[in-house]
Write a protein of this length. Structure first.
Length: 322
């Protein structure tokens, strides 16, 4: 799948170095680790670049080896990183992930990180010429008071560029902060994406109709129902598209992949059902890898499925290539 869009997408948020055990068994016994990178917004930017969409990632990293690795990886995937600040005083964030198909417990080491020092002045420095969309997530609002102020500035100041907001609920980040602000931020966005399970945890409901009543502001609301599928609520209409059957290797990053696929198709003016299919196909690629961003599925898989009838779509079963 490739999308030829007149404008690019700016994705703003923290990306960290990630350590994943490189051997089986209990994590506490692991002696060898693989270093990757992970961040919701840079994941989206990388997937967008793979879909042919011009993408730029905006953030801050430390002047350290992990920060250099983050910049090398994101830029190496075709994403513009020229607006990333390299902080000489604060470190790049880090998280440790235990990867398995059932779920991946994560431990963050990001307090005082370079990205947590971002504030409204970051928006003042943003170049938004020839930009079709600014993408953010609820993660940034939890990092610090200055990051919350940045999110409010993005979503409440007069703007010429639409904003998409992915809830991306991370309870570990909110234990000493008030998550009620997430409703305020989401309701000010143009496009909102949320998992039904995380919406239930934050707002008390994962039902698309009830979420629409709770969030009347966004033009488009996308509710993800896990493996079952996803729903778009837009212009008074509701569209559901079942998910694909996938032999899951590890689930982290699939939501970001879905967001990128959906947003690319959204900006291309595709129908709601087709947008959801593109999202599901991108998510499937992420589900088939242990890293946050996997290789895109080959055109020989995506192109026929994108236009398949409902029976063919339901019968599809994606497995990791050996």
């Amino acid at each position: 799948m490739r999308f030829d869009l007149p404008g690019g997408v700016v994705c703003l948020g923290e990306t960290m170095a990630v350590l994943v055990p490189a051997e089986p068994g209990p994590v506490r016994a692991a002696r060898t680790w693989e270093r990757a990178i992970g961040g919701a917004e840079s994941n989206v930017a990388i997937h967008l670049a793979r879909l042919g969409v011009r993408s730029r990632w905006v953030s801050a990293v430390g002047a350290d080896a992990f920060g250099g690795a983050v910049l090398d990886t994101v830029s190496g995937a075709g994403v513009d990183v020229t607006d990333v600040r390299v902080d000489p005083d604060r470190p790049t964030g880090l998280y440790i992930k235990e990867a398995n198909a059932a779920g991946s417990p994560v431990r963050y080491y990001r307090n005082g990180s370079a990205a947590s020092a971002m504030g409204p002045d970051t928006l003042d420095r943003l170049r938004l010429d020839d930009v079709a969309l600014l993408h953010v997530s609820g993660i940034t609002a939890a990092l610090s008071d200055s990051c919350l102020a940045l999110m409010r500035a993005i979503l409440t100041r007069p703007r010429t560029v639409p904003v998409s907001f992915d809830l991306n609920w991370r309870p570990a980040l909110w234990h000493d902060r008030d998550p009620s602000v997430l409703r305020e931020l989401a309701d000010a966005a143009d496009v909102v994406l949320a998992g039904s399970d995380e919406a239930q945890a934050v707002w008390g409901t994962g039902d698309p109709a009830e979420l629409r009543a709770l969030l009347p502001g966004p033009k488009t609301l996308v509710v993800k129902h896990g493996a079952r599928g996803a729903t778009v609520v837009e212009s008074g209409a509701t569209t559901f598209q079942p998910g694909l059957r996938v032999d899951v290797v590890e689930p982290v990053g699939a939501g970001d992949a879905f967001a990128a696929g959906y947003l690319a198709a959204h900006l291309a003016g595709e129908s709601p059902g087709r947008r959801l299919r593109v999202g599901h196909l991108q998510a499937a690629a992420a589900l088939l890898t242990r890293e946050d961003v996997g290789e895109s599925l080959p055109f020989a898989v995506t192109v026929p499925l994108l236009d398949a009838d409902s029976r063919t779509w339901a019968a599809a079963h994606l497995r990791r290539r050996r």
